[in-house]
Design a binder for this molecule. Structure first.
Ligand SMILES: C[S@@+](CC[C@H](N)C(=O)[O-])C[C@H]1O[C@@H](n2cnc3c(N)ncnc32)[C@H](O)[C@@H]1O
Length: 481
């Protein structure tokens, strides 16, 4: 991050502004709205200041600012658009140790002004860290249209009950659970519909319910969530929602930072590793960890790459949960074969090439490859092999030894759907050496079948270049949660 986003308390604090034109008027207006005590230094003031005359929190000085004026100010804005005047103000702020913002002079800005969506007391600030103010403004405009004005009322309503809730619910976890219930549930719906009387009844009954839960035996639950192959855009809505509710996230190597960054920020993170032949925590211990955390009353997000029920051992984990009476829910994810094939432009089935598709793993129990070769060699079939990179030489050899044509197209998709995706395409006879030459690091998916020949024509994903605009992506994600 280029800057630290903060919401600054300006109430009753001195704000110094130079200039009497539009830029100064906007700075004045926002400072007054935030409770600042504003003095504007300008020879004359434009029409936009007329309504401010006579206000106790506004003063006009028709002279240049001096050191005494700036001392003790909370902040100063150079907004005269005159280099000499604003530059002089900047010098004063250096002497007084006051943060300054000089319009259109980035190197003289200790802070920048964000684009704001004001649903007070709910305020959303968008910044491009000074790099693309127009983009920030465009995002702000979109947010304006997407957020009903009544969200401000909802924030205000919640604010009225903050003290009551803090008094009744001692634990931070309890308070958070309560507010999540209120904001995601019928209480919020009633406020947004304008029925605050019934909203209050609903809120009080939910408060009682949470209080009872707090006093009883705590029991959390486990969300077994498929996070897809890597691109955060491939998460489901449900996955995103549960990621916001988690107290603790238990994740492994396949979960990239892009996805982890969407988990509730203050959720505890537990890494349980897992590379082939490097099991940081044995499976049974992972299952027991989930049980223990849930029994402590926590909402546990067990985040798995792809789909938890496809070569993910999700079944084993929830078997343990079921046996221990721990409530759980399972959220499917886009499995690697589906995600990687789409992003590599390889349709897994195609009328001219393949009528069936099988998913297999080359990593059997204790590392032994134990595949039903006969069924894999069926004509007009695509074979997607998980965990097949390290044994690719052997697997391709077995295919050929059992009668497959060495010229049958084959591909390896490394880090599929991620910005560093690499696709190596060849044939059964060449794919192992092609992949070795490309020094792929994995995770990688192997695809064997005539559909691979379509890759050249249908490839579209170019990593970073074709990933959707990052700002747009994070904004849409935040709004969905
Ligand atoms: C333990 S399996 C987990 C599969 C996961 N549950 C799923 O549904 O995709 C791990 C294997 O999935 C494949 N895989 C997962 N993510 C991948 C990605 N982004 N690109 C390529 N292969 C991936 C690789 O074959 C990797 O070795």
């Amino acid at each position: 991050m280029e800057q630290l986003p903060v919401f600054y308390n300006l109430k009753g604090r001195k704000v110094v502004i130079t200039g009497g034109g539009t830029v100064a008027a906007r700075r004045t207006e926002i400072s007054l709205r935030s409770g600042g005590q504003v003095t504007v230094f300008a020879e004359t003031l434009g029409d936009e200041f007329i309504e401010l005359q006579g206000r106790a929190d506004f003063a006009h000085e028709a002279r240049p600012a001096e050191l005494d004026d700036v001392t003790d100010a909370a902040m100063a804005f150079g907004a005269s658009e005159d280099e000499a005047i604003d530059g002089a103000l900047y010098e004063l702020t250096r002497a007084a140790g006051v943060p300054a913002n000089i319009a259109d002079v980035p190197e003289q800005c200790d802070f920048i002004m964000a684009s704001i969506v004001d649903r007070s007391p709910l305020v959303i600030a968008v910044s491009s860290s000074g790099t693309a103010p127009i983009l920030a403004r465009m995002i702000r405009a979109r947010l304006e249209t997407m957020l009903p004005a009544s969200y401000g009322r909802l924030a205000e309503f919640a604010g009225q009950f903050r003290d009551l809730v803090s008094e009744k619910l001692e634990s931070g976890v309890g308070r958070r659970k309560f507010w999540e219930r209120a904001i995601y549930g019928p209480t919020a719906d009633l406020v947004l519909a304008g029925d605050e009387e019934r909203a209050e009844e609903q809120l009080r009954s939910e408060l009682d319910a949470v209080l009872k839960e707090e006093q009883g035996q705590p029991m959390g639950q486990v969300f077994l969530v498929g996070a897809g192959p890597g691109d955060p855009d491939l998460l489901t809505f449900r996955a995103l929602r549960l990621m916001q509710l988690a107290d603790v996230v238990v994740h492994d190597r396949l979960i990239g930072e892009g996805v982890l960054n969407l988990v509730r920020r203050d959720a505890e993170r537990v890494y349980v590793g897992k590379r082939p032949r490097d099991h940081t925590l044995p499976q049974e211990e992972i299952s027991q960890l989930l049980v223990r955390l849930a029994k402590e009353g926590k909402r546990v997000l067990r985040l798995k790459g792809g789909d938890p029920f496809i070569f993910g051992r999700g079944g084993e984990e929830i078997e343990t949960l079921a046996a221990e009476g721990v409530p759980f829910q399972v959220v499917p994810g886009i499995t690697a074969a589906s995600g990687c094939a789409s992003y590599a432009g390889i349709p897994l089935t195609h009328r001219d090439h393949a009528q069936s598709c099988v998913f297999v793993t080359a990593h059997g129990r204790d590392g032994v490859i134990d595949l039903d070769w006969k069924s894999l060699l069926r004509p007009r079939q695509t074979v997607a092999i998980y965990m097949g990179l390290t044994s690719l030489d052997r697997v391709a050899g077995e295919f050929i030894a059992r009668g497959a044509d060495a010229s049958l197209p084959a591909a390896v998709i490394d880090n599929g759907t991620r910005v560093n995706q690499q696709v190596v395409a060849g044939t059964l006879g060449t794919i192992a050496s092609d992949a070795a030459a490309a020094e792929l690091k994995g995770p990688a998916l192997v695809v064997i079948g005539s559909v691979v020949s379509l890759h050249e024509k249908l490839q579209w994903f170019e990593g970073e270049r074709s990933a959707p605009n990052l700002a747009e992506r994070s904004i849409s994600t935040e709004l969905l949660i």
